[in-house]
Write a protein that binds this ligand. Structure first.
Ligand code: GDP
Length: 194
């Protein structure tokens, strides 16, 4: 249950300001449009919490939130937007990778994948990076309400196979119906408790 949600501020460059890592941190990662803002909204049950991170010009920063004084929710910039320029890519990779590599209290990453699509090259790069730095990763398949249940299950199975994982390691999620919300919340609580 979320009792308190405080915005702590942005990090905008690899060696730039970031909040003191007082709390265990859980980062949310995914390509633009994967449904990250919608998922976090549902998770923290705060409509409009994501306003800061969706403000034009601020979508390429990392945003930190204190949840109940228990953990820091870290909203990473969405990557891999189809029309993103090489230059911009050159900016976000060091920022995201630098944060993930050098955060002493990072407990885990919630990696979002759109259930309707195969993981993109950027998704696979991110997953490789996460396994290289050995950070616990929760995979969430977003927007499952957009498909028939059987179809969505088949997609989750295919994604698990493609990633060499068990189906049970992927949480099917819908920001519309709330499916997967409690499962995700308890997976995050487990990470934070470690
Ligand atoms: P972000 O760029 O990753 O933060 O993605 P958003 O949360 O802004 O979502 C991108 C688009 O997908 C928006 O039009 C959302 O309304 C839609 N969307 C996000 N999550 C879901 C979902 O679970 N179900 C459906 N049907 N649409 C979703």
């Amino acid at each position: 249950v979320i009792r308190r949600l405080d915005y702590l501020g942005p990090m905008s460059s690899p060696d730039g300001w970031r909040p003191e890592p007082r709390l265990p941190e859980v980062a949310f990662s995914g390509r633009s449009n994967v449904g990250k803002s919608s998922l976090i909204n549902k998770l923290v049950r705060r409509k409009g919490w994501a306003r800061v991170s969706n403000t034009p010009g601020r979508t390429r920063e990392i945003h930190f939130f204190d949840v109940n004084g228990q953990f820091a929710l870290v909203d990473l910039p969405g990557y891999g937007y189809a029309r993103i320029s090489k230059e911009r890519k050159a900016e976000w990779r060091p920022l995201i990778e630098g944060f993930l590599r050098h955060s002493p209290r990072l407990q885990g990453v919630v990696q979002l994948l759109d259930v309707r699509h195969d993981p993109s090259g950027d998704d696979l790069q991110m997953l490789d990076f996460l396994s290289e730095i050995e950070v616990p990763t929760i995979i969430v398949a977003t927007k499952v309400d957009k498909m028939k249940r059987a179809e969505a299950s088949a997609r989750v199975l295919a994604t698990a196979a493609a990633l060499g994982m068990e189906e049970s390691q992927i949480i099917p999620f819908s920001a519309v119906t709330g499916e997967g919300r409690d499962e995700l919340a308890s997976a995050i609580a487990d990470l934070v408790a470690q």
